[in-house]
Design a protein around this ligand. Structure first.
Ligand code: SF4
Length: 496
């Protein structure tokens, strides 16, 4: 049972947080600055003038002189590298190639709390900058960069062809639902978990963890070289799980593979019996065990989701080449409610859902009041009715671990109150379990939340049964939506 004192404490934290940042996830339509708008309008006028000239003189005669002129003008103004994919008019004249992960649909989930870049704390996140200068609106789903356009004049391309501003998507195709999709559709509170594939060239670590998770969860993710540390692949781990009767979720990051390799893997997932894919941008390589590796980031999470949907529903690769048999997976994405700029978080979630995400797993939730505010905004814009949201839940076992995560893992936010509670506990492990149980109980009744994604260290999976039992989630009955447990205390809200 959640004690009265703890329920009161959560409510107090919630009300303080609401007073502080009631609108933190909302984006006031502040509008772009007048000077930015003026420059963009001038560019449009210039392109309108250029169009007939190019048609008369011919593209092949103008391409080189215009590319030279463009590089000089934009070089001075924007330090332009002539990528040939210019979209400055959609990004408030801030170049997205400054993003350290080359993301075209940021900001990523690793933005530091002070708004600087996950990979370079000396610079403001490029996408925070775009968001703020774009009148606190993210541009629509931007297509990935075409590397064969490098050095090309985008002025000519834009004057003649117009630049594609939104990635096209096929109409949705009905495919048979797997176990995770069916469980989410049932409306009951769903649990998922994840395995860390480890560094053994055999199946034992994956299958041992899967066996511990299986009694409770609808599906099991396999991480994709988590933290940029080399490991048994997510694909191999998921194939092993699928072969042994578990429902697997293939985690795919954009860090280590280009669009060809990613699409190969998307196709392979269905061929290997993997029912679900989870698309992420991924961490940078700097904190992993190969900091000198070349980061790829050819696609970002939004374009990977769109690619997965194009293959499944449109039956083609991104290039338009037809598939002989399209894949049938269920598509997921991730979001981090705790990374600034907060106003961009729900907008970015919407972009992922628009691109094809059918379920979304969040970063680990320790700051429950802030998560409540995020969910409030999600409900306000109706995203909980368009996609199933699963909140990330972990287990902190010592103040040392909590402090280390807080300082070293970008995007995870552990409130001071939780760290103090672990520090002052006689048995920090018990305090960590109590915190996880309280979070689970609150989430169980949170409107719009479809379930939780359990991210426990492999050595703590043996505690899962006890924790779920304390939270009232160890039985099917406990996870039913019409189940009205008194365990959540006075602050519980009715389930829609
Ligand atoms: S924080 Fe992420 S989105 Fe922002 S610049 Fe760095 S890598 Fe790019």
């Amino acid at each position: 049972m959640l004690s009265k004192e703890k329920a009161v404490a959560w409510r107090a934290m919630l009300s303080v947080s609401q007073q502080k940042s009631k609108d933190c996830y909302q984006s006031p339509a502040a509008g772009m600055s007048g000077s930015t708008r003026l420059v963009i309008q001038a560019v449009h006028v210039g392109l309108a003038v250029l169009r007939p000239i190019v048609k008369v003189v011919g593209r092949k005669h103008l391409e080189r002189p215009m590319a030279w002129l463009e590089s000089k003008v934009k070089g001075v103004m924007f330090d332009c590298q002539m990528c040939g994919n210019c979209m400055l008019n959609l990004t408030a004249l801030r170049c997205p190639t400054r993003c350290k992960k080359q993301i075209r649909n940021g900001p990523c989930g690793g933005v530091r709390q002070d708004g600087t870049c996950e990979l370079d704390p000396t610079m403001v996140c490029a996408w925070r900058d775009i968001y703020e200068h774009n009148g606190e609106l993210l541009p629509d789903r931007l297509p990935p960069r075409e590397f064969n356009f490098e050095g090309r004049s985008t002025w000519i391309a834009e004057a003649l062809e117009g630049m594609p501003s939104v990635m096209p998507l096929p109409a949705k195709r009905e495919v048979p639902a797997g176990r995770l999709e069916q469980d989410l559709a049932s409306g009951d509170f769903v649990l998922t978990g994840e395995v860390a594939p480890g560094t053994a060239a055999n199946a034992s670590a994956v299958l041992t963890q899967a066996e511990l998770l299986a009694p409770w969860v609808s599906a099991i993710n396999a991480t994709d070289a988590a933290g940029a540390n080399a490991a048994l692949s997510s694909m191999a781990s998921c194939a092993l799980m699928a072969r042994n009767g578990y429902t697997a979720v293939l985690q795919m990051t954009c860090r280590d593979r280009n669009r060809i390799a990613l699409q190969n893997d998307l196709l392979s997932a269905t061929a290997l019996g993997i029912e679900n894919v989870l698309c992420l941008t991924g961490d940078g390589v700097a904190n992993g065990d190969h900091p000198g590796a070349k980061p790829v980031f050819d696609l970002d999470s939004v374009s990977l989701i769109a690619a997965a949907r194009t293959m499944r529903d449109g039956g083609t690769f991104m290039s338009g080449r037809a598939l002989n048999a399209p894949p049938t997976y269920y598509i997921g994405g991730v979001e981090n409610p705790f990374a600034p700029p907060f106003g961009a978080r729900v907008q970015r979630l919407k972009k992922k859902i628009d691109a094809g995400a059918q379920f979304v797993m969040t970063q680990l939730v320790y700051d429950l009041p802030q998560f409540e505010l995020f969910m409030e905004e999600v409900r306000r814009v109706g995203l909980d009715r368009r996609c199933h949201i699963l909140a990330g839940v972990g287990l902190l076992t010592s103040p040392k671990t909590a402090n280390w995560i807080s300082k070293n893992v970008p995007g995870i936010c552990i409130p001071d109150e939780i760290i103090k509670r672990l520090e002052s506990a006689e048995k920090p492990m018990n305090a960590g379990i109590a915190i996880t149980v309280e979070i689970l109980r609150r989430m169980r009744t949170m409107e719009g939340l479809a379930g939780v994604h359990l991210m426990f260290h492999p050595s703590r999976l043996n505690l899962l049964g006890e924790i779920l039992a304390q939270a009232g989630l160890d039985t099917k009955e406990g996870r039913r939506r019409n189940f009205a447990p008194e365990l959540v205390g006075a602050e519980s809200k009715a389930i829609a």
